[in-house]
Design a binder for this molecule. Structure first.
Ligand SMILES: Nc1ncnc2c1ncn2[C@@H]1O[C@H](COP(=O)(O)OP(=O)(O)O)[C@@H](O)[C@H]1O
Ligand SMILES: [Mg+2]
Length: 229
């Protein structure tokens, strides 16, 4: 395997949360790498630090110590603007709680990552078309003009998935994407998640409690007490 095959790499990540006088050492030196096009599941008990790790991999939070290399470049050595640009253009995020904006309709929510980018107004028609295509791919073409609150949880998560893919990211980071859904609904969301990421060559890192999800990934890791086991 050449170095270029490594898409994202964590080197000795520590994260200590400080609250008042007490501190909580959540990650205690986590190292891992994910190859381009690979799918990786992260499992572990509630509170084990899975979300913390995923946020660090995505540059959403800063480690107390250690590095994240994305395409060989250290995310946290970059200026904030450059890190934001990487996050906006090369990464897609799916969260357990969907995080859709209630005042926007489904199409606008899906388009959001493109709208916030410089020069996006020149490409409004193209972005709109791409968002519509993605909504159709997750089975929601007919719901484009609905508000999120008019959709079921599973449908809202499919909108969130379309949004995550809007900028055609290299990597998708998903944090318990079916955690709020019943198993049948969750299975459908997962089908779309894997179809639209793994089956198209995107790298996927998914935090999950679900063995079936983990088994669908190329590789599984388990976090316990802040370390990989
Ligand atoms: N911003 C924060 N400030 C203080 N403590 C936090 C913060 N985020 C998470 N924690 C704590 O860190 C631990 C790990 O949290 P988290 O990474 O969310 O775990 P998981 O996703 O595995 O359930 C938990 O004990 C949690 O309460
Ligand atoms: Mg979590």
């Amino acid at each position: 395997m050449s170095v270029n095959d490594i898409h994202i790499e964590a080197q000795n990540l520590h994260r200590i949360y400080t609250i008042g006088n007490s501190s909580l050492h959540v990650l205690k030196g986590v190292s891992l790498n994910v190859k381009r096009g690979e799918t990786l599941s992260i499992m572990g008990a509630s509170g084990a630090g899975k979300s913390t790790l995923l946020h660090l991999l995505g540059g959403l939070d800063q480690p107390s110590q250690g590095q994240v290399l994305f395409n060989g470049r250290s995310l946290f050595d970059l200026p904030g603007r450059a890190r934001n640009e990487i996050r906006a253009t090369k990464m897609g995020f799916v969260f357990q709680a969907y995080h859709l904006l209630p005042e926007l309709d489904v199409l606008e929510n899906a388009m959001l990552p493109a709208m916030s980018r410089f020069g996006a107004c020149h490409m409004a028609a193209r972005n709109r078309q791409r968002a519509m295509d993605l909504l159709e791919q997750v089975g929601l073409g007919a719901r484009a003009r609905h508000r999120p609150m008019e959709l079921s949880g599973g449908e809202q998560q499919r909108v969130a998935l379309a949004r995550a893919l809007m900028n055609d990211p290299e990597i998708v980071l998903a944090d318990e994407p079916t955690g709020n859904l019943d198993s049948g609904t969750g299975d459908l969301v997962l089908q779309y998640l894997f179809d639209l990421t793994k089956n198209r060559g995107h790298t996927l890192v998914v935090v999950t409690h679900n063995d079936a999800v983990a088994r669908r990934c190329d590789r599984q890791i388990m976090l316990k007490d802040g370390s990989l086991v």
